[in-house]
Design a protein around this ligand. Structure first.
Ligand SMILES: [Zn+2]
Length: 102
């Protein structure tokens, strides 16, 4: 994990199936959880290509949603919600990836 004490366009990032995460000024524990689960090959909840299920963005309190944003996808102001949940299928996928791909 790399912690950079400067602001960036994002709070952090990682790559799928990687062993690193980069965190910028403004990150929080939800950012660390989100990016760590990307490294463990878990996509966004609204990713229609890689997810088991696809949800409308910013409608859940899932760690892998953009629920913590203070703007919606079109840039309108919204009330941020802290990511705090995972779906059962995400837990199963994380455990499978831990057992068989690392
Ligand atoms: Zn993400």
């Amino acid at each position: 994990m790399y912690f950079i004490g400067e602001e960036a366009s994002w709070n952090g990032f990682s790559y799928f199936n990687s062993k690193f995460g980069v965190y910028f000024e403004g990150h929080n524990k939800g950012t660390v959880a989100h990016e760590t689960m990307h490294a463990m090959r878990l996509p966004h909840t609204f990713d229609g290509l890689r997810g088991e299920f696809t949800y409308k963005a910013q409608q859940t309190d899932n760690f892998m949603d953009y629920c913590h944003w203070s703007q919606d996808i079109e840039g309108n102001v919204r009330t941020p919600v802290e990511g705090r949940t995972l779906f059962r299928w995400q837990m199963i996928k994380l455990n499978y990836n831990l057992k068989y791909t690392h």
